[in-house]
Design a protein around this ligand. Structure first.
Ligand code: GRF
Length: 206
């Protein structure tokens, strides 16, 4: 099986969706490792619940960034990880980590990139007044939410949406998109030509 690691800093609803997809035999990969930079992350409890190997890499406990990166790269390499899946990982990966895993790191972002990169993407979409937004899974490069786009799902922004309503509508689509896009990469269906990701065959919805 294609071993993947999930890196998460927060509540971990995407991690749960990925692990449920694995439990349902939908996922064509196996979560071998969960890593969090936050000892309080809900994602760690979810990893425990599903019996997945998990580690805390608390940034505060490392003397310098390089130490932290070395430890992260070592953990991923030793576990034979083929794909690193960022699911609400709130730390920008350093160039050393990105270089160690070229086109082997993916991220999910709650907007239709390149619109609204960075923090509070749902708030940005509401404030701008767009009529549609959504979520994006993309390869990670050295920039912030700038790598080649693997897939997207669209949701409408309704006239009276609160931030919470819009966030939840997007999150529901994230939970469908992420397992699909992991499969897309794990089964070698994507080719990157310049910065465009060509897909050989679209997968069915969950
Ligand atoms: C999601 O909205 C994801 O798009 C963003 O961070 C959030 C993580 O949520 N990158 P969760 O921890 O997976 O519930």
């Amino acid at each position: 099986m294609f071993p993947i690691a999930v890196l998460a800093s927060g509540r971990g609803s995407n991690l749960r969706a990925i692990l449920e997809a694995q439990q349902n035999n939908y996922l064509q990969a196996q979560v071998g490792l969960v890593i969090s930079d936050n000892p309080e992350a809900g994602a760690l409890k979810i990893a425990q619940e599903f019996g997945v190997n998990h580690h805390v890499l608390d940034f505060a406990l490392y003397d310098d960034k390089e130490d932290y990166n070395r430890r992260l790269i070592k953990l991923l390499t030793e576990a034979g990880i083929q794909l690193v899946v960022l699911a609400g990982y709130m730390r920008l990966l350093s160039p050393a980590v990105v270089e160690a895993f070229p086109y082997k790191i993916i991220n999910i972002h709650p907007s239709l990139l390149p619109a609204f990169p960075g923090l509070a993407a749902q708030r940005q979409a509401l404030d701008y007044g767009v009529k549609f937004t959504g979520c994006t899974v993309h390869f990670v490069d050295k920039g912030m939410d700038t790598g080649p786009i693997i897939g997207q799902r669209v949701v409408p922004v309704l006239a009276n949406d609160t931030l919470e309503e819009l966030t939840n509508r997007i999150l529901k689509e994230e939970h469908i998109l992420y397992p699909q896009m992991i499969n897309r990469v794990a089964t070698n269906k994507v080719r990157i030509i310049n910065r465009r990701v060509a897909v050989q065959e679209e997968e069915k919805d969950l």
